[in-house]
Ligand binder design. Structure first.
Ligand code: PMP
Ligand code: GLU
Length: 398
C-alpha cells in the first residue's frame, strides 16, 4: 500500500486542466469534440519570440542553471516593461521569474501563510487559488459576488469578512472566470482599505493586456506608493504573448517576500527553464504589435459570440470586459434537459453534444459553466449549433 499525505486529500486535480486533458484524450481516439475548456490563446507564439529561443540554444546560452530568480536581463526587462506600461518602478531584488504565474502564486502562499491565516478570495475565483492556499495551510475566506455587479466585490463586503487573522486578499482583474474588470476607483478603494488594515494585496494581473471596448486594465501598484508597497503583483507572458507552454511568469513587490520566494524556489524548481526565459525576454523587449492584434481578435470574437451564448435557451450571462471567458448560469438549461446539476449537464453536453465546457464547481459557482472563446469563428458557430441541438433534443425527451 502506498502512503499519500493528508495534505493531498485537501485538493483535487485542476478542473480546467483535467477537462481539457479529457477532451484531448477523446479527440485522440477520434471523437469530434469542440473544446471551450482551457484558457489559453489559440494563436501561435510569435515568430520573433520562437527565433530568439532558437538563437539562445544555438549560442549555448541555455545549457546550465540560471539564478533561481531568473536571468538578469529578463528581470530588468520586466522592470522596464512595467515602468513603461504602468509607470511603476521596481528594483531588481523585487522581481522573481517563476515557472508560470501559477508557480509564482504557489511559492508566494508557501512564503506568507501560517496555519489558520485567512486569505480573502472574491468568488467566483480561478480554480487554483483556493487549493494553493489550502496546501500552504491557510484558510480561504470566500466572498460571493453577484452577476448584477459583474461579480465584483465592494468595500462593505470586504469589511464584513475582515478579521484579525486576515493576512491577504487576492484580486484578479481582468477576471478568470467572469471577465470582469475593476475600475481604477474600485481598485483604489480596495487598495487603501488593504493599506489601512495591513492586508497584503495579491494582484493577479495575468490578463491585463486583454481588455475590450476601450476598457483599460490598471495595475493596482500604479495607484499609489503605499498601495504598491502593500502589493505583490503577479503577471507573466502566458496569455499576452500566447506562451502558455513556455511556463514563464513573475512576481514583483516587497523585497523580503520576493527574497524568501527565491529562497524557496532554490529548493523546488531551481530556476524556470532557461530557454523559456530567453523567449520571454524577446517577448517583453520586441515588437508589441502582436499583443494588440490578438486583443482585437478576441474583442471581435466576444462581440460575435456573446449574443449567440445569450440566445441559448436556459443560459444567462453577463458580458465580460476582459480575458477570454464567458461565465454562464446554466441552471435553467440543466433543469430543462432533465439534469439535477449543472455539472451533470456539462458532462452530458460533452458526451452526447460533443461540446466541452468547464463546470462552475471549481470556480465556486456550481450552477455555472465557464466557456472559453479561444477558438475561431467557425468553431464557435458550430459550438453554438451543437449546444442548441443538445438542449432541444434533451428537452423534447423530458
Ligand atoms: N492566474 C489566472 C487567473 C489564470 O487564469 C492563470 C491560467 N493559467 C494563471 C494565473 C496561471 O498562468 P500561467 O500559465 O502563467 O501559470
Ligand atoms: N488558467 C487557464 C484556465 O483557467 C489554464 C489552466 C489552468 O492553469 O487552470 O483554463
Amino acid at each position: 500500500m502506498v502512503r499519500i499525505s493528508k495534505r493531498m486529500s485537501l485538493v483535487a486535480e485542476s478542473p480546467t486542466l483535467a477537462t481539457s486533458t479529457k477532451v484531448k484524450a477523446m479527440k485522440a481516439k477520434g471523437a469530434d469534440i469542440i473544446s471551450l475548456t482551457v484558457g489559453e490563446p489559440d494563436f501561435e507564439t510569435p515568430k520573433n519570440i520562437r527565433d530568439a529561443a532558437i538563437q539562445a540554444i544555438q549560442e549555448n546560452k541555455v545549457n546550465h542553471y540560471t539564478p533561481s530568480a531568473g536571468i538578469l536581463p529578463l528581470r530588468q526587462a520586466i522592470i522596464d516593461y512595467h515602468q513603461e506600461t504602468d509607470g511603476v518602478q521596481y528594483e531588481l531584488n523585487q522581481v522573481m521569474v517563476s515557472d508560470g504565474a501559477k508557480n509564482a502564486l504557489y511559492t508566494l502562499f508557501q512564503v506568507i501563510l501560517n496555519p489558520e491565516d485567512e486569505v480573502i478570495i472574491p468568488s467566483p475565483y480561478w480554480v487554483s487559488y483556493t487549493e494553493q492556499v489550502k496546501l500552504a495551510g491557510g484558510k480561504n475566506i470566500l466572498i460571493d459576488g453577484v452577476p448584477e455587479n459583474n461579480f465584483k466585490i465592494s468595500l462593505e463586503m470586504l469589511e464584513k469578512h475582515r478579521t484579525n487573522k486576515t493576512v491577504a486578499i487576492i484580486l484578479n482583474s481582468p477576471n478568470n472566470p467572469t471577465g470582469a474588470v475593476y475600475t481604477e476607483e474600485e481598485l483604489r478603494e480596495i487598495g487603501n482599505w488593504a493599506v489601512e488594515h495591513n492586508i497584503l494585496i495579491i494582484s493577479d494581473e495575468i490578463y491585463y493586456r486583454l481588455c475590450y471596448h476601450q476598457q483599460e486594465a490598471v495595475s493596482i501598484a500604479s495607484l499609489s506608493e503605499e498601495i504598491k508597497n502593500q502589493s505583490i503583483i503577479i503577471n507573466g507572458v502566458s496569455k499576452s504573448y500566447a506562451m502558455t507552454g513556455w511556463r514563464i511568469g513573475y512576481a514583483m513587490g516587497n523585497q523580503e517576500v520576493i527574497g524568501k520566494m527565491i529562497q524557496l524556489a532554490s529548493h523546488s524548481t531551481s530556476n524556470p527553464a532557461s530557454v523559456s526565459q530567453y523567449a520571454a525576454l524577446a517577448a517583453l523587449t520586441g515588437n508589441q504589435n502582436f499583443v494588440n492584434e490578438m486583443r482585437e481578435e478576441f474583442e471581435k470574437r466576444l462581440d460575435y459570440f456573446f449574443p449567440l451564448i445569450e440566445s441559448i435557451p436556459g443560459f444567462q450571462a453577463t458580458k465580460p470586459q476582459g480575458a477570454f471567458y464567458i461565465f454562464v448560469n446554466a441552471k435553467e438549461a440543466a433543469t430543462m434537459t432533465g439534469y439535477s446539476t449543472v455539472s451533470d449537464f456539462a458532462l452530458g453536453l460533452l458526451e452526447e453534444g460533443h461540446v466541452a465546457v468547464v463546470g462552475g464547481d471549481g470556480f465556486g459557482f456550481p450552477d455555472y459553466v465557464r466557456i472559453s472563446y479561444t477558438l475561431n469563428k467557425e468553431n464557435l458557430t458550430e459550438a453554438i449549433k451543437r449546444i442548441k441541438q443538445f438542449i432541444q433534443l434533451k428537452s423534447n425527451r423530458n
